[in-house]
Write a protein that binds this ligand. Structure first.
Ligand code: PA5
Length: 468
């Protein structure tokens, strides 16, 4: 057992537990590739190309700055609103939901430890933003504009709306105190604007990409603004880093996760379902979906060969989705691996009263706890998947807290990097995402995108016959 108390049980990924499962011979046959991947990861880390690996160790000053800032401003605002998208939003959302009360915003302030309410405005849906300001007064909000590139249209459009709104309602100096920026130290518009307009700013280290940035100020500031212990998150990540540095694949959960996923992909399991059995972990699946899809979904390998790889992440929730998707997972095609996230000890307990003992179909529930029920249903799903020969694995946290969540996020990040090495792809770029961003700029006639506009104009006309 490791210090995180996390269990990584991959029995049901293996043959003969599931037919067509991974064999120990397949794993040992991959040892040369695994060694190569370890070496490449170590070289990238040493060469400053994987700066997110060092975040648990090199942020003492940043962490102090974040905590001091959060403590000094927390009483000044009713709500803390993140303006960011993708890697700038999914981590803060996942961590807040994992650690804090599920009805955090509905609690009276003293039950929130005096911290402001928490919102994330990520999409550009006009209804949602307009409605946010019906729920909270923007002049009582602290807005955290988060953008590594400082130019993402979604985030910057929201920033522009808020900047205008605040300057209409508040004196200039006062308005500036309602904005805090998290961005690159020199690249992009946001840092320039922040400097010119005097906003408090936190820096995203240049070698850390969006989806690997939860343990930078991108995730640490929102967490600290909600009373989450960010030092413990980083300690959990550091603990996981020790495990992830193990060269024995059977002692290294991240490397093993990558290897199993890699073999599963080779066996046609092109879908990775993540199914936490705890509401607090529901948004970890959202965060993971971006990490896994954006990092591994690639057309070309590192040698420029077309390979079209990746595994489609699907989000599910136990037990809720036992009553919908699990039918497909058990009896549907053999195209998935299912990753179950379990919890040993819930933060609260609900006992089911020992009533209706005379009705056998209800009486068996009497006197057991809800955690016993959810855990039993989780085991039952594992069994149903096993019986139908569907690959599945279970990661169990002793409890959901800052330490274990820091470790879990870090494990998935390392697994993603490792899987990228095995697939011989660049897990840290996102040309497919950039294509969409650039097409948007071209459609708006943004200077510098004239060639892209010409390319777009050449796209085939739509045929009315195919529009009903
Ligand atoms: O992982 C990524 O790089 C992306 O998902 C980005 O996080 C997302 O596009 C937002 O980018 P930015 O932080 O530059 O606004």
């Amino acid at each position: 057992m490791n210090n995180l108390g996390m269990k990584f049980d991959f029995n049901n990924m293996m043959s003969p537990y599931v037919a067509d499962g991974v064999t120990e011979e397949e794993i040992s046959g991959l040892l040369p590739e695994i060694e190569k991947a370890f070496k490449a990861m170590a070289e990238k880390r040493a060469g400053g190309k994987m700066d997110w690996r060092d975040l648990p160790y090199n942020q003492d000053n940043v962490v102090d700055d974040i905590i001091n800032y959060a403590e000094s401003v927390k009483n000044d605002f009713e709500a803390f609103v993140v303006l960011g998208i993708g890697g700038s939003a999914l981590g803060p959302l996942a961590v807040q939901q994992a650690i804090n009360h599920p009805y955090y915003n509905e609690l009276p302030r003293e039950k929130r430890g005096g911290y402001p309410k928490f919102y994330v405005a990520d999409n550009v849906d006009p209804e949602k933003l307009a409605c946010l300001f019906e729920a909270v007064d923007p002049t009582k909000c602290l807005f955290n504009c988060v953008s590594k590139s400082g130019s993402t249209s979604e985030t910057m459009s929201q920033f522009m709306i808020i900047k205008e709104l605040l300057s209409e309602k508040l004196p200039k100096d006062e308005a500036a105190k309602h904005i805090v920026c998290t961005t690159d130290k020199e690249k992009g518009n946001l840092i320039k604007i922040a400097k010119e307009e005097g906003y408090k700013t936190f820096i995203i280290p240049s070698g850390v990409g969006g989806r690997f940035s939860e343990l930078t100020p991108v995730g640490l500031l929102p967490a600290a603004m909600c009373g989450i212990d960010i030092k413990k998150m980083l300690q959990g990540a550091a603990e996981m880093d020790k495990l992830c540095s193990e060269s024995d694949i059977y002692k290294n959960p991240a490397a093993m996760y990558a290897v199993l996923s890699y073999v599963a992909m080779k066996k046609g399991k092109n879908i990775a379902v993540m199914m936490p059995y705890a509401d607090s972990l529901k948004l970890i699946s959202d965060w993971f979906a971006q990490l896994w899809a954006e990092s591994l979904g690639k057309r070309y390998d590192n040698d420029g060969k077309e390979i079209f790889v990746g595994q489609t992440p699907v989000k599910a929730l136990g037990v809720t989705d036992q009553h919908s998707q699990v039918q497909l997972y058990t009896e549907g095609p053999f195209d998935k691996m299912i990753v179950i996230l379990g919890v040993e000890k819930f933060k609260r307990e609900m006992d089911i009263p020992a009533i209706y003992g005379d009705i056998p179909s209800l009486g068996f529930l009497g006197g057991v706890s809800q955690s016993k029920l959810i855990q039993t249903e989780q085991m039952a799903t594992e069994y149903a998947l096993l019986k139908s020969g569907k690959m599945n694995l279970t990661i169990t946290l002793p409890e959901v807290n800052e330490f274990t969540i820091g470790g879990l996020l870090y494990m998935f990040e390392v697994a993603t990097g490792f899987a990228g090495e095995l697939l011989n792809i660049n897990a840290f770029d996102q040309p497919g995402v950039e294509e969409g961003k650039n097409a948007t700029y071209a459609m708006f006639g943004r200077p510098g995108y004239e060639e892209k506009k010409k390319e777009l104009d050449l796209r085939p006309e739509k045929n009315e016959k195919f529009i009903i």
